[in-house]
Ligand binder design. Structure first.
Ligand code: NAD
Length: 340
């Protein structure tokens, strides 16, 4: 039986990934600061642990199935051996309100970089066979994303680097960290740059939710004839990828031989106004929008899927509207439960 370790298994993407790995027959250990918010984990073991702590990463990284002796890197001898596959998704993370306000910059950089430093070290020391790292489209340079109609997020446009947030800088640093461990310590890595992943069982309230979930919640909260607030003029563009396709992309990337960073995102670009309209139309409510100042991020962003098509022979194609409608009805149910 193949073994997988999912770091950040209590989070949105991690909890979906655990389900997928279980359905494929993996033995799965999940680790997170918290249990999944919406339902029980399907992992065989779930460890509550803080991955900023070096000793915790050491402990969780070795596979329950293996007990062999080998010469680890860093000149250490260890009798522990690592998982077949490790998925490093744990990060201090949230929507624009969390990432772009500037208030959380130090914690975002420190917490996520510390986790990644620990993970890279112990993946090598415990001889992990393959490691996946979740980077983000936020690492792309701001100057290529000023025009909402023509953003450039091709993988090759990453340098010279100029992300617009500390979250993006940390992602870039950690991509390079894992690539350096690949070069110098033969760590077998796969790196995806996720573009706005959304869907059911994601955070929908509390301040860390992203735009699709926030839109769905606001529409649920609004009365017919009501008004909802939106940060900015709503003309900024983005693409949004439904969670099932994100997980499909991760599994395909892990099963491929491609080791450079690659986008996993949708190339169906919409304005934020259009995104909201999908939900408003589905709700059947008459709702007006009040545009207010708020943290926004870049003016335009879209996934460039040429590389993933070339290297994996696959790219996501699930329609945004279908994913938004599914997500809307799931959030509506959560919202109604919260009102009782
Ligand atoms: P999430 O916040 O739901 O999941 C991250 C998990 O990491 C959380 O459950 C959190 O508790 C855990 N975590 C944070 N600090 C930890 C620590 N010190 N020890 C143990 N666990 C810790 O986020 P997500 O949307 O599932 O994202 C997963 C990964 O994908 C993250 O690395 C994120 O940066 C990246 N990503 C996500 C998106 C997206 O749109 N969701 C886009 C780009 C990149």
């Amino acid at each position: 039986m193949k073994s997988a370790l999912v770091l950040g298994a209590g989070g949105f993407i991690g909890s979906h990934l655990v389900k997928r790995l279980k359905s494929e027959g993996f033995y799965v250990r999940g680790v997170d600061l918290k249990h999944p918010e919406f339902g029980e984990t399907e992992a065989d073991e779930f460890i509550i642990g803080d991955l900023r702590q070096n000793a915790v990463v050491d402990e969780v990284m070795f596979s329950p199935f293996q007990n062999i002796t080998f010469e680890g890197s860093f000149g250490l001898k260890t009798d522990k051996a690592g998982f077949d596959e490790v998925y490093q998704l744990a990060a201090d993370m949230g929507g624009a309100g969390f990432v772009f306000s500037g208030d959380n910059d130090a914690e975002i950089m420190h917490n996520s970089a510390t986790i990644n430093l620990n993970v890279a070290e112990w993946a090598v020391r415990h001889n992990v066979q393959k490691l996946f790292y979740s980077s983000s489209a936020c690492m792309y340079p701001e100057h290529n994303q000023m025009d909402p109609d023509n953003p450039n997020c091709a993988e090759g446009s990453a340098y010279p680097a100029a992300p617009d947030s500390e979250y993006g800088w940390e992602k870039l640093f950690s991509e390079r960290l894992f690539m350096a461990f690949a070069r110098n310590h033969k760590l077998n890595v796969r790196i995806a740059r996720f573009h706005n992943i959304f869907g059911i069982e994601g955070t929908w309230t509390g301040g860390r939710e992203k735009a699709p979930a926030a839109m769905c919640r606001k529409v649920c909260e609004s009365a017919n004839g009501g008004e909802i607030e939106m940060w900015g003029d709503g003309k900024q563009t983005r693409s949004f990828l439904y969670i099932d396709e994100c997980i499909e992309g991760v599994r395909r990337l892990m099963n491929s031989d491609f080791t450079d960073p690659v986008n996993i995102g949708s190339d169906e670009m919409v304005t934020i106004n259009q995104l909201l309209q999908i939900v408003v139309d589905e709700s059947g409510k008459d709702i007006s929008v009040k545009h207010i100042p708020g943290p926004l991020g870049v003016r335009g962003r879209n996934s460039d899927n040429n590389l993933i098509k070339e290297k994996l022979g696959w790219a996501p194609d699930y329609k945004l509207k279908d994913g938004m409608i599914k997500t809307y009805y799931w959030i509506k149910e959560q919202y109604e439960k919260s009102q009782n």
